[in-house]
Write a protein that binds this ligand. Structure first.
Ligand SMILES: *[C@@H]1O[C@H](CO)[C@@H](O)[C@H](O)[C@H]1NC(C)=O
Length: 209
């Protein structure tokens, strides 16, 4: 178990370094968001608050993507909505990273005064992954073959951001990685196919798909 956890760490570090870094070459939206967040207080925040807020923010955007039908499944319609989704997820990544400066008991405290455990973290992560990759799957299901080649790179970008978010959360709750992944996998069975189809390597590596 210990060596498994260590090897997950190595995979995480490798995945973040080798896949995420080139994505963010140049002026990255994540850096811009980080700059905006500078000086903001994280006093009343926790991993639960950050991830719950993320789900609330992301739900309407993924719902918009879910409403897209064959007739409006064009780059012009899809790209701006996916751009909103990327900004929202980038924001969440910054919020998660900002938590790292807090003591672990603060990070994992829940609104009802308990401690966020691996099961609860996995549930929140599963919700986020299912929202985003569910939206990706729904777009891929309606998009015309002629447009697919243009849409896929757009979806890959958002998928990679979700991978970075997953790594950021696992990095925070590092003692729980093994349990989180174990609980997470059965809850995201429905989106594994699209993760593999889009070849989101950061997620494939971390979850060993
Ligand atoms: C795409 O078309 C569907 C069906 O007409 C509509 O419900 C949806 O709002 C449209 N979405 C966008 C973003 O234009």
């Amino acid at each position: 178990m210990r060596s498994f956890t260590l090897s997950i760490f190595a995979t995480l570090a490798f995945a973040v370094f080798s896949y995420a870094a080139p994505m963010f070459a140049g002026p990255s939206p994540v850096d811009a968001i980080a700059a905006r967040h500078e000086g903001e207080h994280t006093k009343d925040t926790s991993l639960e608050v950050v991830l719950t807020t993320a789900i609330e923010l992301i739900t309407p955007i993924t719902a918009e993507l879910g409403c897209i039908k064959a007739e409006n499944a064009t780059v012009e319609v899809i790209a701006p909505i996916v751009a909103k989704l990327k900004i929202a997820i980038g924001d969440v990544i910054c919020d998660v990273k900002a938590l790292a400066s807090l003591p672990l008991e603060r990070i994992l405290c829940t609104l009802v005064g308990g401690v966020l455990d691996a099961v609860a973290i996995a549930k929140l992560l599963a919700c986020l992954l299912n929202l985003v990759f569910g939206a990706c799957a729904s777009i891929l299901a309606v998009v015309a073959v002629s447009v697919k080649a243009q849409i896929i790179p757009i979806l890959v970008e958002v998928g990679c951001l979700v991978g970075s978010l997953l790594c950021a959360v696992l990095g925070l709750a590092n003692g729980l990685i093994f349990d989180i992944i174990k609980c997470l996998l059965p809850q995201i069975v429905g989106c594994l196919e699209v993760i593999k189809m889009l070849d989101i390597r950061i997620i494939i590596a971390v979850l060993r798909l």
